[in-house]
Design a protein around this ligand. Structure first.
Ligand code: HSE
Length: 379
């Protein structure tokens, strides 16, 4: 296999190192923006060099972002080259386009590393979904936020202190917005739902609430009621379509999720025949993520073409059928919240069971009065 590697940052560097240790994976070019003397003759600065070389059969995209990544990978697919990417933003945003281009050109398109970093999640989700309809998936898909929640609980530190540690340890980005506001997990949730249910979800269809505003009293409220707080993505089949959402949740202390510490991820699916199956490991990092990229390359080499070969469908989104009680902490005085409240939980309240759709809609409304509002689903 002759590879054109687009990008040589954290993950790309890992892919290059692993590929160099193998006879069967030859990285012929590495596309970089700036001079990288250590790459020697591998370095190229113009995508045309890779696109025009018929010897390059596979492109690995680890540039991140959606532009110019999308333009580069669509041209590579158009040229009949296989595509492996770890870029969740690109895949979540352009799933439909990439899927149909890969179909049209009979090229392989795989992105196992885009969700769960080094965990073989998507590949097993897709394999299981072939046998019987996937019923549900849920889990912790972001290491930075899990590290923050776990440290707040374990060390009693504030959100900002723990975030600074996460940045120092290299878990969180210098700009951690996508992690703490949930966009990173929303993208992973969209990709997982599309693989699990054959859907074509758009970002605006998946409500997301992050953990930016979590405070010590929220952790205490969960703890007082035998729960921990985890940042969860969920997708499920409902009578009217599929439900998909991202939010903090208070989960029973004895749940597997509460045992997930530091920056680890754990994602589970359920089918009628298997019950729950869970996948645990490092959801980020150079070599774990590069490992999944290399496994995709080897799968393609072994003849597995389409990870996503079947066309996706427009399936209605139904976040009305999913209901649970919610914890709300807000300074806003509000008749809706008063009407729904069942009991006081530390500085907040526990509502009666309400739909995911209603919880997120009302929280967005209340946020205009109180930007520091925090809410979480309660299981
Ligand atoms: N920032 C992400 C995380 C990296 O912390 O999990 C992988 O998407």
């Amino acid at each position: 296999m002759k590879i054109g590697l687009l990008g040589c940052g954290t993950v790309g560097g890992g892919v290059l190192k692993i590929a160099e240790s193998r006879e069967d994976l030859k990285v012929k070019y590495v596309l970089v923006r700036r001079e990288r003397p250590e790459l020697g003759s591998l370095a190229v600065y113009d995508i045309e060099k890779i696109l025009q070389d018929p010897e390059v059969d596979t492109v690995v995209e680890v540039l991140g972002g959606i532009h110019p990544s999308f333009e580069y990978v669509s041209r590579a697919l158009e040229a009949g080259k296989n595509l492996v990417t770890a870029n969740k933003y690109l895949v979540a945003h352009y799933y439909r386009e990439l899927l149909s281009l890969a179909e049209k050109k009979k090229a392989a398109f795989r992105c196992t590393a885009a969700v769960g970093g080094g965990i073989p999640w998507l590949v097993n989700l897709q394999r299981a979904a072939r046998v019987s309809p996937m019923q549900r998936f849920y889990g912790i898909m972001n290491g930075t936020t899990n590290f923050i929640l776990d440290s707040m609980e374990t060390d009693g530190k504030s959100f900002s202190e723990v975030l600074a540690t996460a940045q120092k340890l290299g878990y969180a980005e210098a700009d951690p917005t996508a992690d703490i506001d949930g966009l990173d997990v929303q993208r992973k949730c969209i990709i997982s739902a599309n693989v699990a249910f054959g859907s074509l979800l758009k970002e605006e269809e998946v409500p997301v609430a992050g953990i930016r505003c979590i405070q010590e009293p929220d952790i205490r409220a969960a703890h007082l009621h035998g729960r921990c707080c985890r940042f969860m993505a969920t997708g499920s089949r409902t009578e009217n379509g599929i439900s998909a959402y991202v939010q903090p949740e208070f989960l029973p202390d004895r749940s597997l999720e509460c045992a997930v510490r530091q920056n680890f991820n754990m994602i589970s699916f359920e089918t009628e025949y298997t019950g729950r199956e869970s996948f645990y490991g490092q959801g980020a990092g150079r070599f774990p993520t590069a490992y999944n990229v290399v496994e995709d390359l080897l799968d393609i080499q072994n003849g597995t073409r389409g990870f996503y070969s079947e066309a996706g469908k427009e399936i209605p989104v139904d976040n009305e059928s999913e209901t649970m009680p919610y914890y709300f902490r807000t300074r806003a005085e509000d008749s809706w919240l008063e009407e729904k409240s069942m009991e006081k939980w530390a500085d907040g309240v526990l509502t009666e069971e309400i739909s995911v759709r209603e919880a997120h809609r009302q929280a967005a409304r209340l946020r205009r009065q109180d930007p520091e509002i925090f809410f979480a689903g309660v299981r």
